[in-house]
Design a protein around this ligand. Structure first.
Ligand SMILES: Cc1cc2nc3c(=O)[nH]c(=O)nc-3n(C[C@H](O)[C@H](O)[C@H](O)COP(=O)(O)OP(=O)(O)OC[C@H]3O[C@@H](n4cnc5c(N)ncnc54)[C@H](O)[C@@H]3O)c2cc1C
Length: 279
């Protein structure tokens, strides 16, 4: 994976349960001698149908008798293990987002060696937390860059495009939209840089509230900027001629993927009260 030759997929979300509360996850992981046997259904597994995807990290319930956050495990499953069935590919706004889109998968008596268990039974949430933090931050950096590109596209378009005898940049409403984009991008950029600085100098635990903040702020910012850019571009803004629709789509679904906005806001709200009241 480090050499970029293969990819992995992360299978956590399930169609039949509200997966924003990951403790609802039902895929069964049961030990049978030297193997674990997996049964259940996953969906929205990014890259699972990418031809370069060779391995999946599958999260499921292995220890239902344990306390709530120790019931689940994460296990490595080679992508083409017998018993994994592709139910369908999923499209975001009816378009394929990754090279081969997201997938819905059925696991029927999928067997893997016990050595494929990561860290140990019941460690699923610990592992998920470690993976999702940096992932969320990486998205935020990307959104700052994508929004900046939308702004640059807008800036060149408004000088070229003439309506009612003058370039669009002469219209006050257009000037205001550009100004709002710049304010929003700059705020998100500084927040992202600050989060990176705290991660580097004080570690992940100290950076947790800031990671939640960038996960909430950056996709909303990029969605807003892309939306304004679409309006300024007119018809061209919603077709395939620019990257604007893709930025809008990515930003919109990232407000759901890796935890919906509301879940991060609740966590951040609780962390904030604790920090302020307990010092
Ligand atoms: C393009 C895309 C790629 C994805 N990639 C992956 C992947 O690779 N692997 C993977 O496992 N999953 C992936 N997901 C799934 C994603 O992480 C889930 O969709 C997400 O966690 C929400 O779960 P859910 O869809 O079951 O929504 P639900 O849990 O049904 O929630 C629905 C809505 O309820 C509201 N809600 C939920 N909880 C609260 C709360 N506490 N307070 C207030 N409101 C709340 C929110 O508005 C939320 O959007 C992807 C999703 C998308 C769209």
């Amino acid at each position: 994976m480090l050499a970029g030759e293969i990819r992995s997929a992360y299978a956590m979300t399930e169609p039949q349960v509200a997966s924003s509360d990951a403790t609802n996850m039902e895929l069964e992981i049961k030990r049978d001698g030297d193997e674990y046997v997996l049964n259940g259904r996953k969906w929205w597994t990014t890259d699972a149908v990418n031809p370069r995807c060779k391995v999946m990290l599958v999260m499921g319930k292995s220890n239902p008798e344990n306390p709530r956050h120790r019931q689940h495990s994460t296990i490595l499953v080679p992508r083409h293990t017998p018993g994994i069935k592709l139910v369908r590919e999923l499209r975001v706004f009816d378009s394929l987002h990754s090279p081969a889109g997201e997938a819905e998968l059925l696991f029927e008596d999928v067997r893997v060696p016990v050595t494929n268990m990561i860290k140990g039974e019941g460690c699923g949430f610990e592992i998920a937390q470690g993976r999702l933090g940096p992932g969320r931050f990486q998205y935020a950096m990307g959104f700052v860059g994508m929004a900046q590109r939308c702004l640059e596209l807008m800036c060149s378009r408004v000088e070229e495009r003439v309506a009612l005898g003058e370039p669009l940049i002469k219209k006050t409403s257009v000037q205001h939209e550009i100004a709002r984009c710049r304010c929003d991008i700059e705020q998100a950029r500084l927040l992202t840089l600050h989060a990176a600085h705290v991660m580097d100098t004080q570690g992940m635990t100290a950076a947790r509230p800031l990671i939640s903040m960038v996960k909430i702020v950056a996709p909303q910012m990029a969605q807003q900027v892309a939306d304004r850019a679409m309006q300024v571009f007119g018809g061209m803004g919603v077709c395939q001629d620019t990257m604007i629709p893709e930025v809008f789509m990515l930003a919109r679904f990232c407000r759901i993927a890796d935890g919906p906005d509301e879940v991060h806001m609740s966590q951040l709200g609780k962390m904030t009260v604790r920090e302020i009241n307990e010092g």
